[in-house]
Design a protein around this ligand. Structure first.
Ligand code: URA
Length: 282
């Protein structure tokens, strides 16, 4: 965690952006100030989407945000019997082998199934509510996560927190986990044998938490969960299914840090997710 930074008040940023007209950005975001700027730009993108689609008589902000996308974005009525959607076999859901996340963690936290076990500092299991309706899945721990034993605590994690705040959520209300539980050296892409060993751990976490929606962050997570080799762009803008659970794909926060042009798409994805989350949780 950066001790020298305070959390951005999203509403305040939004007001500032409206006043100063900051709305676009170019170049690569390289420090925490730029992270804050990106958060502001995500909020700015929200205002663009809202003003072009929402009706002016909105009396309540969140209600309006849901209405903007609802008709186009309701999750498909997922069949209860086995069927094929976007290349994955959908069954009736998976039964958890472990009674709780704690007992599962205790069972696997010393894992040495792949070489990453020998190089990790901490096993990064997952964080959040064990009964969350919404589960976010990232790729693998980075340096900060490896040191602290918690997913998404570095710069990408700070941005994820802000994205969550923009849809009125905190990380304690959701559950966050990664495809890999141990950090790949130099943050390289996970290798297929590492994912093969580690993926069953995520599967069990999903079976224990039983989220109503899974949000997959980035290509590596998408391809693992949906078992395909498609580019992220081919997987966005539609509902998928993982074991009968509606799954939505969006950009990894680290990709947003590298390329601010993705921010609008991310915001649109998050609005769709928020609307469906509210619908399924009510
Ligand atoms: N990136 C990820 O995919 N996961 C983390 O936990 C941190 C960064």
């Amino acid at each position: 965690m950066c001790a020298d930074r305070q959390d951005v008040d999203i509403a305040e940023v939004f007001r500032k952006v409206s006043r100063t007209g900051i709305g676009t950005s170019s170049g690569i975001i390289i420090d925490s100030k730029r992270v804050d700027m990106l958060a502001a730009e995500i909020v700015a993108a929200r205002s663009v989407v809202m003003s072009s689609e929402a009706k002016s008589e909105q009396s309540e902000k969140n209600t309006t945000e849901m209405n903007v996308t609802k008709s186009a974005t309701a999750t498909p009525a997922l069949p209860s019997s086995s069927t094929e959607i976007t290349g994955i076999q959908i069954g009736a859901g998976q039964k958890a082998e472990f009674k709780s996340l704690d007992s599962h963690f205790e069972n696997i936290c010393e894992c040495q199934k792949c070489p990453l076990g020998a190089t990790r500092t901490k096993f990064v299991y997952g964080v959040g509510s064990p009964t969350a309706d919404l589960m976010f899945v990232g790729e693998a721990p980075g340096k900060n996560e490896d040191e602290q034993g918690e997913p998404f605590v570095g710069r990408a994690g700070k941005l994820l927190d802000k994205i969550l705040a923009a849809i009125d959520l905190t990380r304690s209300e959701i559950y966050i986990a990664n495809i890999l539980k141990c950090r790949p050296p130099d943050n390289r892409d996970p290798q297929s044998d590492e994912m093969e060993h580690c993926f069953p751990y995520l599967k069990e976490q999903i079976a224990i938490v039983k989220p109503k929606i899974i949000v997959s962050l980035g290509r590596i997570s998408d391809q693992s969960l949906l078992q395909n080799k498609l580019a992220l762009g081919k997987m966005r803008d539609q509902w998928h299914s993982y074991q009968g659970i509606p799954l939505r794909v969006t950009y990894h926060p680290a990709a947003l840090l590298r390329n601010p042009n993705f921010k609008r798409g991310c915001w649109e994805d998050m609005q769709i997710i928020q609307a469906e989350y509210k619908r399924l949780s009510s």
